[in-house]
Structure formats: C-alpha cells, structure tokens
Design a protein around this ligand. Sequence first.
Ligand code: PMP
Length: 389
Amino acid sequence: MARIYLDHAAALPVDYRVFEFAKPYLTTLHGNPSSLHSVGVEAKQAVEESRQKIAKFIHAENESTIIFTGSATEANNLAVKGTALRNITSGKTVVASAIEHMSVLNPMKELQKNGFSFTTIPVDSTGIVDLNKLEDMLTKTTTLTSVMYANNEIGTVEPIREISNIVREKGMYLHVDAVAAAGRIPIDVQKDGIDLLTLSSNDLYGPQGAGALYVKPGVRLQSVLLGGGQERGLRSGTENVFAIAGMGEAARIVQEEITQESSRLIPIRDTLINEILKIEQSYLTGHPTQRLPHHASFRFSSIEGESILLNMDMYDIQVSTGSACSSKTLEPSHVLLAIGLKHEEAHGSMVLTLGRSTTMDNVEPVSKATYETVQRLRKLSPLDQEWRK
Ligand code: PMP
C-alpha cells in the first residue's frame, strides 16, 4: 500500500512551484539584503516582493505591517513579549485562551517572572472560547489578549470577530496565532479586527525557516532579538531569503486555490469522520461544524495515542496524537484537558490533518487501519477489560 501522510499540521512538503521559484536564492541570487551592491539589492527585492504577497494574503493595510521571523514560534514570542514589555506603562496583565500553542503560553508564563499577571480564558467542550468569561477577565490593564484563529489539535475555529469586538472595547491588543488556519480559511486582518497575527511558511506549503508577524499600524512593539536592526529593528538577523521568498509565493498560490481545495477536502474529512466514528467508544474532539476543512480529530477509550500512532505507521499511515511540538512528553495534551477531558480520556487521541496529497480513495484504508489498530490495542489494554466487565 502506498504511504498515506495525514500529519499536515506537523510538517508539509514544499510546493514544487514554490521550490522552483525560490531555488535561485539558494544558489545564484545568494546576496544579503543589507548589502548595497546589486546582488544585495536583488535579494532585498525578493524579500520586499514576498512582504507584499503576505500583506495581500491576509488583507493587511500595507506591506510594512509584515515582519519576517525565523519561525511561527519566534513570531509568537515577539508578539507576546514585544507588546507586553513595550506597553508596560499601560498595564502588566496578559491573557490567552487555555488552548493556545506553547509558543504563546510559555512566553506569557515567563512574563510572570517580571511581575506580570497571566490568566487563561477557558473554552467549552468543543474548544470555543468562553466569551462571557473573556469579557469579565479583561480590564484596562490588559495589554495583550491572545486567541488562536483555529486550534491545531482539535481543529476548532474561534469566533475571532466577536473576540476582537470584546478586546477592542475592554482591553488593548488582540494577537491571533493563525498558523493552523492560514491557507485553509480566508483571513482578513482588517475586517477581523486583529492587531497582531502569526503565520508560518511551512504551513502554507512554503519552506521551513520562515514565519511572519503582522503588526497593525500604530501597535507599539519592541524587539526581543537585538542585533543589526533588520526588519525595522524589530527582528535582527540576516534574512533567510530562500525561505522568505518561498513563503510569499506559497501564500500567493494557497490563496488562489483556497476555495477549490477546501471544497475538495471537506467531503473527504466528513467521510473519514463518519467512518471512524463507527468504531465503538470513539468520539470526535473539537467542534462538529466550526472546524478546519482539513482536520479530523478523535479519541478512543482505553488506549494510548502513542501506540495508535506507531500502529498506524505500520500500515504506512502517518497520524499525530496531538501536538508534535510537545508530543515527546507523555503528559496529556493541555488542549484536551482544557476541553474537559479526564487524563485517561485525553491519552487516547488521534489527529488526522489532510493535505494536497489526500484523496477520497484514502478513506477506506485509513478507516480500516484505524479500526484494526483500535481493536488490537484494546485487546492488550487492562482498561478495556475493566470497561467490558
Ligand atoms: N502555532 C501553532 C498553532 C502551531 O501549530 C505551531 C506548530 N506548527 C506553532 C505555532 C509553532 O510553529 P513552529 O514550531 O514552526 O515555530
């Protein structure tokens, strides 16, 4: 059986059109954008052209709102620490949804060492942020609220416009991590009322090694990485021209194909969900309808996600058990705990993220492999025998 890769939230292949477009920046057009000679100027042009494409992709006011970074993690760190530290005279309170990526939660936790207060906004059992609680939590001293556009582990899409209305009325800045959502659902930072937004190149089928932070005009931010003053002094370090040029082209292509690709993936996702939920004691995690077009996530009673992942790999089907970034720890996912699952329930998760290589023909072998995997693991599980008594 041919390989079926269903872990597109962890890593994507670079689009061959993007690779062809950006390849010269690894070889012939190898300049440093800060150099004043013609080779440097060519590299600078590539970075600026990409900045325009990214600005267009999220409907930003202009291209100078885009700051390139080395990754989404770095963009999240810049958003959190950069705004909190720069606006310290307005307050020392930051809040984030309980299901944010660790690259938002950990910088916020670190701010506590500098005397900041950090609280998390609870979510309901489908992963939607509790808007009433958000409204109660925000005060005049809340300088940053961070809520992701959509969650990478459970696929839930947050009501960003309602959230931004609340933040605008009661707090200061809204940061949105759009890594999981970008390229899957259209994003308009102006209509959505977003102050800062994080993007990742690879999640758009671009090269690894580039991320971007949108910073709305007027938002006060300070650098967290000091050096030669690149990127308007907000992110020093020589630009990764290959990855940045590729990121812009990837965003342009993804934007052109977004409607068609979503309409293609939704029926595949829904058929997969229907088939897999036929397994006894299996449950969908995340929102049943407000979810990303390429995302299907489950939990199965009495078994472990890590064993599911390794068993599925024996069929040459690659899945995830939650966040690849922290899956080396055997701790249950903070996202699954935040939606109210007990520890033992949160352990049995499987996340399928579809992509350009996924077809309807994959549904049957994936469902069959999942069924066989779950049966096999349950036979070995003392918890399952307990449940059957
Ligand atoms: N935010 C979200 C929602 C993510 O899923 C990830 C991981 N893909 C990140 C941020 C961090 O991305 P990276 O590890 O590429 O920096």
